[in-house]
Ligand binder design. Structure first.
Ligand code: MG
Length: 366
């Protein structure tokens, strides 16, 4: 090998990374079972009661009846009439999530949370000086079990995409490692539906052209994939080859979370309740990925003449449910003091003023 060859090899070979994906098992339901021994071994469904409510989490005992997260709570009740329904307590889950993150931080600061119960960790360099990523994953699982009395599943791989698939492979309470040399044999027989981002619709489209496995997907050239799926086709081309260069991006503190909607026809204030409810639901869902709690609710409106109005409220107790958020947002609407004939072209609901869940210096889990 000449010096030139050597240099070009270095330039094109990316450093082999070590990524761990940690996913807490049935997180909210497990926290409830941990904190109330009478719930252990029983089907537990974390959800608000009510026609429009959805399941936030289901214990493995409830999953045996077909209950799943994001399913309508009324449906869950039909599937498992004996389930114990518990309203979610997000401030408690957030505190536990923070304690889990403290364990992660013993090994790396490169932590990218996906939600309260899931995160990617880049442990290419780890603070504990363990020699493999598998050892880091084992240590984290052990500490979560010993210190928090919960179980976590872990996936270890050279990139995020594979680590995420791996953490699901031995769930619950499992560990699965994909070594660089095993990527091919692991990936080829995998169903395309296992690829993050490939939903039911895309899976069906692929099935229609005879593609069910990642191996078969590879036979589609890049132009074909791009034609079928646009920009995501490019990504699919790489994922099918086990390539994912996306980095673990540490969490940046969120300043605010909001959702807005421009109407097809301008509407008066009285006609806005449904829209506000829908926006509040969307914002609430997004805010649940946040470790901290938002104190302030904001309502934004734009008149037909493009004037922007905002009203905000910071309650003594931060909104702790979608119902809370909705009722505050609706009450803010009542503070708009314009003629009843005034029409609006846009409404937005937001949460801001995010703060920690606990006062500094008083850790809940020591
Ligand atoms: Mg989970």
């Amino acid at each position: 090998m000449t010096t030139d060859d050597f240099e070009s090899t270095i330039a094109v070979t990316p450093m082999l990374r070590k990524i761990v994906h940690i996913d807490m098992d049935a997180f909210y339901a497990s926290v409830e079972q941990r904190d109330d021994p009478s719930l252990r071994g029983r089907p537990v469904v974390v959800a608000w009661r009510g026609k429009r409510s959805v399941v936030c989490a289901a214990s493995y005992e409830a999953r045996r009846f077909g209950v799943r997260s994001a399913m309508a709570a009324v449906h869950a009740e039909r599937l498992c009439p004996d389930a114990i329904f518990i309203p979610p307590d997000f401030s408690r889950y957030k505190a536990v999530s923070q304690a889990v993150r403290e364990i992660f931080r013993r090994y790396t600061d490169l932590i990218e949370p996906l939600s309260l119960d899931e995160a990617y960790l880049d442990v290419t360099q780890n603070k504990a000086g363990l020699s493999t990523a598998t050892q880091v994953a084992k240590a984290i699982r052990q500490q979560v079990r010993d210190e928090l009395h919960l179980t976590a599943s872990a996936g270890v791989a050279p990139n995020k995409f594979l680590a995420k698939i791996a953490s699901d492979w031995r769930k619950p309470d499992g560990l699965f490692v994909i070594q660089p040399q095993d990527i091919e044999s692991f990936l080829l027989p995998l169903s395309v539906g296992k690829i993050p981002g490939v939903g039911k619709v895309m899976e069906n489209r692929l099935q229609q052209i005879g593609i069910e496995t990642v191996g078969e997907l590879r036979n589609l050239g890049q132009p074909n994939l791009q034609q079928l799926f646009g920009r995501y086709g490019m990504r699919l081309y790489e994922l099918a080859r086990g390539i994912d260069h996306s980095r673990v991006v540490p969490d940046r503190p969120t300043k605010s979370i909001s959702a807005e909607d421009t109407f097809e026809v301008d509407i008066p204030l009285q006609a806005m309740e449904e829209v506000i409810r829908r926006l509040a639901e969307k914002v609430w869902k997004a805010s649940r990925r946040e470790e901290r709690i938002a104190r302030t609710v904001v309502l934004k409106l734009k008149t037909a003449e493009f004037n922007i109005l905002t009203r905000s409220h910071t309650p003594a107790i931060p909104p702790s449910s979608v119902e809370d958020l909705t009722s505050i947002a609706l009450s803010l609407r009542d503070r708009i003091d314009l003629s009843p004939d005034q029409r609006f072209r846009l409404a937005g609901v937001g949460l801001s003023n995010f703060q920690g869940t606990e006062p500094p210096g008083s850790p809940l889990f020591d």
